[in-house]
Design a protein around this ligand. Sequence first.
Ligand SMILES: Nc1nc2c(ncn2[C@@H]2O[C@H](COP(=O)(O)OP(=O)(O)OP(=O)(O)O)[C@@H](O)[C@H]2O)c(=O)[nH]1
Ligand SMILES: [Zn+2]
Length: 185
Amino acid sequence: MDISAVTQHYRGIIDEIGEDADREGLLRTPQRAAKAMQFLTQGYQQSVEEIVNGAIFASANSEMVIVRDVELYSMCEHHMLPFIGRAHVAYIPDGRVIGLSKIPRIVDMYARRLQIQENLTQEIGETIQQVTGAVGVAVVIDAKHLCAMMRGVEKQNSSMTTSWMNGRFRDDPRTRSEFLTLIRS
Ligand SMILES: Nc1nc2c(ncn2[C@@H]2O[C@H](COP(=O)(O)OP(=O)(O)OP(=O)(O)O)[C@@H](O)[C@H]2O)c(=O)[nH]1
Ligand SMILES: [Zn+2]
């Protein structure tokens, strides 16, 4: 991302909304906003290979692994406003497990792009499947969208839940319900 180009765009936006980009309090705002945007979209500069960094380990354990309550901050691709929530990720290993920290890192990589919640959920699920070769993967995300809270329909208390499941989680209702019970407990 070209920080100085984005800084100029933010300066233009500040002028267009009727503010004075040269007043003291706003002097460095375009540059700060550009840096914030660079951070919030850093997922475009990352790759699964770099993030996983080979942290896949042999394991005979074939029981469900769940990483719960991974907080996430993303931006909706329609309004570029934040949506904020939690991801719950589970998989059933098939001879290989992934480093614990890598799951939140994968969540962040996809969250730090312009997203809709459904696609974010699916991209996380497909990536965990691809890197672990699991028997099944499940991802549930609960999130609140500022575009539906501070503007638009202005609903402060509604949230959205999305899920993506494959393999054992899709085929076996007991596995699915064990997962759902564990993430709600
Ligand atoms: N399915 C889905 N919709 C989203 C997500 N984030 C925002 N939206 C919705 O995207 C839709 C865009 O609708 P438009 O009618 O094009 O835009 P708008 O006029 O700003 O819509 P309102 O928000 O209803 O004022 C809205 O219904 C948003 O609530 C998301 O992650 N998933
Ligand atoms: Zn939106």
